[in-house]
Write a protein that binds this ligand. Structure first.
Ligand code: AMP
Length: 540
């Protein structure tokens, strides 16, 4: 197929100038296919994931089409629906970048931030309204916004909307819009509920499907570290060594559970690392503050959960660590997609406990790559044992932290588990294996340098006695990894998932203050600052 340039896509000269200023040389496949259709006003069904350049594939033609015409009070000319606050804020950021040569006005209706400015803008008239569905319906219900002037509707990440229970809200919103409009609809997958929505609300769309970024992100070096001692304290030690020795500029570290995100964050901080946390129970202000600090380099390490991480566009993350392997292979793809973006070199390092070994095969299948192990790989016996092992790591998520909402159901057993540190931990601390020790799993075990996890590991044969043995061991302080007196397992109440916009959530009361400044003021602070290189603690 002939390679297209941005000049071939029917975009206006002002939009093309903004693309050149953004440094983009050529359109991505979704852009090359969707933009020429979207600029004509035709509906588009884009099947594409984050990381493919899909945001520009709808914002660029929208800006071109909105060049003519004028906004009227409370009647936005276009509407973009996104499933989460972060995604909505990122789309707003794209408008700022690609609309630099335009005077389009934009409002952002998302939960958790003051709406005073945004409502004032709506009153004056906006060209682009970006919203999460629940928050939009709240404002509509209060008469602050009317939808009959919408000429272009974008639904972004429709399958996530489905996961989050937003489909009824989407249907309501679509029925409030004029039937003669353009709809640009994006989803990474097409489950039957989404197909039904497309059939109901799109008019003869052009269907465009692009490959998952997982199959194209050759810029990411993926490595796995086998932690035969799968206890969290042992994994934290391995992680610290990897961070110290791994040429890490900045990193996102994923945990499967909210509670573990908080524990890891505190532990890293106690050990002198410059770290922050991002999970679904944090309020919007703290999440934005944390992201802001991470983007501008004040924070080097970000412990995060899947919900917090989806769709984040944080440029130049040098490393992604999986403190836990995700239970679903597609979450692995999403996680590592935070690094190696837009042609930059990226590294992903996954800590694999014996219990998590069974997930490696699924990951190999979805990425099409054989796992490459740093340090000593798991033995054939370890791998064979993985399938027979009881699934999961105890019911901690249920008892004391809870899983993030979008994650797959926990398949583990339900009994609680305390973090304990065996006597082996009194050994001097080991170092993470160097990159020289990387080896595919097929190589003999004897050829591998001792892995950090093995140096601290209890022999696997001891596992059956572990629980009895534990009672004689001191408990490990989760923040410091120092031994301490045993304590009862915590039982924190389940908390609401504040990370995600709840359907029909109540809007906060309008607040006073805040003058309208211009286009960029729509952006939360964390979206405004560029990332810059930062110093690694513990090195030079
Ligand atoms: P998205 O899939 O929209 O989240 O975009 C992923 C990343 O690719 C973002 O950081 C964009 O700024 C970047 N990007 C989008 N289009 C291009 C392009 N044509 N060339 C280079 N980078 C791009």
């Amino acid at each position: 197929m002939e390679t297209k340039t941005f000049a071939d896509l029917g975009l206006s000269p002002k939009v093309q100038a903004a693309i050149a200023a953004a440094g983009y040389v050529a359109p991505t496949p979704i852009q090359a296919a969707a933009i020429p259709v979207a600029v004509t006003g035709r509906d588009v069904l884009g099947i594409a994931q984050t990381g493919t350049g899909k945001t520009a594939s709808f914002t660029l033609p929208m800006i071109t089409r909105l060049e003519t015409g004028r906004a009227r009070a409370r009647m936005p000319r276009s509407l973009i629906l996104a499933p989460t606050r972060e995604l909505a804020a990122q789309v707003a950021q794209s408008f700022e970048k690609y609309g630099v040569n335009h005077k389009l006005s934009l409002a952002l209706l998302i939960g958790g931030v003051s709406m005073d400015d945004q409502v004032k803008k709506l009153d004056r008239g906006v060209d682009v309204l970006i919203a999460t569905p629940g928050r939009l319906l709240d404002h509509f219900g209060r008469g602050r916004v009317m939808l009959m002037g919408v000429e272009i509707l974008v639904i972004d990440e429709a399958d996530r909307m489905l996961d989050m229970g937003f489909i009824p809200d989407i249907e309501k919103i679509c029925k409030l819009l004029p039937p003669r409009r353009q709809t640009l609809f994006f989803s990474a997958t097409m489950p039957p509920e989404i197909t039904r929505l497309v059939n109901q609300f799109l008019n003869n769309p052009e269907r465009i499907e692009v490959a998952k970024p997982a199959t194209t992100a050759k810029t990411i070096t993926q490595r796995f570290v086998y932690c035969q001692n799968g206890e969290d304290w042992a994994k934290r030690e391995v992680l610290r060594d990897m961070i110290r020795d791994g040429n890490v500029k900045n990193a996102i570290i994923f945990c499967n559970r909210k509670r573990d995100v908080a524990v890891l964050h505190k532990s890293l901080t106690k050990h002198g690392f410059n770290a922050g946390a991002l999970h679904g129970d944090m309020d919007q202000t703290s999440r934005m503050e944390t992201l802001d600090k991470f983007r501008n380099g004040e924070i080097m390490l970000l412990a995060a959960s899947d919900v917090a991480a989806r769709g984040l566009d944080i440029p130049e993350v040098s490393h992604v660590f999986n403190f836990d392997l995700p239970w679903a292979a597609d979450d692995y793809v999403h996680r590592i997609g935070r690094t190696g973006r837009a042609g930059h070199e990226g590294h992903s390092i996954s800590l694999v406990s014996p219990d998590d070994l069974k997930f490696v095969k699924d990951i190999e299948k979805i990425t099409g790559e054989t796992a490459v192990w740093l340090g000593e790989p798991p033995s054939e016996e370890d791998i064979a044992g993985a399938g027979k092992r009881r699934r999961g790591r105890g019911g901690r998520g249920q008892a004391s932290g809870g899983r993030e909402k979008s994650a797959k159901p926990h398949r583990g057993s339900e009994h609680g588990r305390r973090e304990q540190k065996p006597a082996a931990d009194k050994q001097p601390r080991s170092h993470a294996p160097s990159r020289d020790s990387e080896a595919p799993r097929a190589h003999g075990r004897g050829e591998q340098p001792p892995s950090p996890s093995r140096q601290h590991a209890q022999p696997r044969r001891e596992h059956p006695q572990r629980s009895a043995h534990r009672n004689e061991q001191p408990t490990v302080d989760a923040w410091t990894d120092e031994p301490k007196a045993p304590r009862r397992a915590e039982r924190a109440p389940e908390k609401r998932q504040a990370a995600q916009e709840q359907p029909r959530s109540k809007a906060p009361p309008p607040q006073k203050g805040g003058e309208r400044l211009g286009f960029a003021e729509n952006m939360p602070a964390f979206m405004r600052k560029p990332a810059r290189p930062i110093k690694v603690p513990g090195r030079g």
